[in-house]
Design a protein around this ligand. Structure first.
Ligand code: NAD
Length: 312
């Protein structure tokens, strides 16, 4: 099958492109490199350097699958690029849905757990409508992702086969070491033997999914025949506090560096854990990689690229 992967020069998109190629698919990556890197595009994939928000790209061949992973994803990156983030998830989603319609292709949208905002319901099921702040530093991402889901639903009304993945925190090799996400921050600090940063009391929770599990989940969702324009949580449902994450990273690195506390960023969610019942039931999928094993792979990869690749 022929695949278009928008955002295929990014962390998740690069892993996805590799996996699709390994399964015998053909891949063209569409990416404007706003947060991605050419090195993330696997050998064998075609590449078009364009913006999803502006229609007019020429594809080398007709496509069967359209994946929309093209959006800045880490808070510092979407704060630097709020307008581009809004455009990528609104106009970009519309453009890619229309492209899927023209090609009679199936479409998958990379939505996010951020559509739940700072949730009052725990763990988060797909039925939960969310508690999202429409004004403030996170809104360009959270709210445009919600709008993106609506656009996908409208695509469904036009007859496009659509899938919506609500992706929870994912980590792994090839993350941009300077993207300001908690795993990369702490691993970099631990390797340099600097105190690990905790925001607030560090008792806020997240659940971290290793990228290989996420890619398996995304592929299963794309190929599922049941879930037309229906959101599906994908992630890992083992919840951990930031204090415990820091301890785990220290253990994996073998360092003992202390902690430094910083004020909690505005609108930072207190708790995050996906209810994965829908994914388990319809996709027969579950995350498998244990946090310590995944972190070990990230630490090894940080060592491989060397401190000049990530030292802040
Ligand atoms: P990333 O920043 O590493 O990758 C995003 C890619 O999209 C980059 O290569 C970037 O250059 C490209 N891009 C951004 N805007 C574009 C545009 N207008 N036109 C063309 N290309 C554009 O981020 P990631 O972590 O790989 O995330 C991929 C997708 O998954 C995003 O949509 C993100 O919102 C979603 N997601 C990721 C996570 C996570 O934990 N990594 C969690 C929830 C949702």
């Amino acid at each position: 099958m022929n695949h278009l992967i928008a955002g295929g020069a990014g962390f998740l998109g690069g892993h996805l492109a590799k996996s699709v190629l390994d399964r015998g698919g053909r891949v063209v990556v569409l990416d404007n490199l706003i947060t991605g890197k050419k090195e993330n595009i696997p050998k064998g994939a075609d590449f078009i350097q364009e913006d999803v928000s502006f229609w007019g790209w020429e594809l080398p061949w007709r496509v069967d699958r359209v994946w929309h992973l093209a959006s800045p994803a880490s808070p510092p990156r979407y704060r630097e690029n709020p307008w581009e983030t809004i455009a990528a998830n609104t106009k970009g989603t519309e453009n890619l849905v229309r492209l899927a319609k023209e090609n009679k292709a199936r479409f998958l949208y990379a939505s996010t757990s951020e559509v739940y905002g700072d949730p009052e319901v725990h763990p988060q099921t797909e039925e939960y409508k969310g508690s999202v702040e429409t004004l403030g530093p996170r809104a360009c991402y959270d709210v445009s992702k919600r709008m993106g889901e609506t656009i996908v639903w409208e695509g469904g009304q036009l007859g496009v086969e659509c899938r919506i993945a609500r992706i929870f925190n994912t980590y792994g090799t090839q993350m941009d070491p300077r993207d300001g996400r908690v795993v990369t921050n702490m691993v970099g600090q631990a390797l340099l033997n600097k105190p690990l940063t905790l925001f607030g009391d560090g008792l806020q929770t997240r659940s971290f999914c290793y990228v290989d599990d996420m890619v398996e989940g995304l592929v299963a969702l794309m190929e599922s025949n049941d879930l037309q324009a229906t959101p599906v949580n994908l992630g890992n449902d083992k919840e951990i506090t930031m204090v415990a994450l820091a301890d785990t990273i220290e253990r994996v690195v073998g360092s003992n560096c202390g902690r430094i506390e910083k004020p909690l960023p505005q609108d930072d969610p207190q708790r995050r854990r996906p209810d994965l019942s829908r994914a388990r039931r319809f996709l027969s999928w579950s995350p498998k990689v244990e946090l310590e094993d995944g972190l070990r792979m990230v630490v090894d990869w940080f060592k491989e690229i060397g401190a000049s690749g990530w030292e802040k």
